[in-house]
Design a protein around this ligand. Sequence first.
Ligand code: SAH
Length: 313
Amino acid sequence: MVRVKMTSPSVSLSYSAVAYALRYRAPFSPPPPPPLAFTPHLHLHRHQKLRPPTVSTASFVLVSSFFRLPSPNLFTGNSLFSAMERFWSGSTLNGNKGMIDQLTRYGVIKSEKVAEVMQNIDRALFVPEGTPPYIDSPMSIGYNATISAPHMHAMCLELLEDRLQPGMHALDVGSGTGYLTACFALMVGPQGRAVGVEHIPELAAWSIKNVEKSAAAPLLKEGSLSLHVGDGRKGWPEHAPYDAIHVGAAAGDIPQELIDQLKPGGRMVIPVGTFFQDLKVVDKNLDGSVSVRSETSVRYVPLTSREAQLKGS
Ligand code: SAH
């Protein structure tokens, strides 16, 4: 592992200006009705059960975001993507547990295992100081990167759950804060392997500090969880093949190296596209053939070179 100096990321704390790593509604569909009534169906995809929450404030933040002025820079996500999905505002939320209850109520979390691991890995340990941790929104972590929205973390854990059984190997490309790598590590346990690869050394160093404060710390210490600095497009061959690969940044095309490092029977979840992106589910069949399907529309930061990311291009 590359040794890096431990520094906190310099972070801009304007969460409303950050709009990466979440799902969005089709940008050209008509805006929803004014926020007169609770309208959970506007924010749910067809595969999700409609389970209205007991509190009726959840949709207001999202609906009000339609009336924000467009940003001059579309890629900051405040313009076309002002209609992004957010399941609740967080103002009435009861901590990490409250976040999980909301994700369960909205049908994003279906599995007890996913609820349990998200309960054990407190999201507050993985966001920059002063950032509200439990709001359903991506947040800036500096370096033109974000921590993904809670509903995206939950959705990816749900999609990968069967390949995150004890003893399995998991790779988290673009591990950022280390949050999902820590969740993977708890799921695959000490006999398994959870590997994070992040190309910004300062973020990788920070992610190690975050994990050290979390319930996954013992796994980092004894080595079944590791966080590395590197170009995640090349995967991490040392611990391949992987049962589960998660990519936390959007690729133009699915990198062949990642497909090669997927075990037969394994699954990769990867956002693909530039401006319009789909979360793809890539299954490697037992005969080595690969099936790809689209799960939902999303908006992630690009999977790119370090230089291009720091330039913001
Ligand atoms: N899933 C993480 C971070 C999501 S942001 C979390 O929720 O905390 C996407 C991350 O991918 C950023 O940290 C960015 O620096 C990283 N990234 C982008 N391109 C990369 C590449 N080629 N190799 C490794 N990491 C990359």
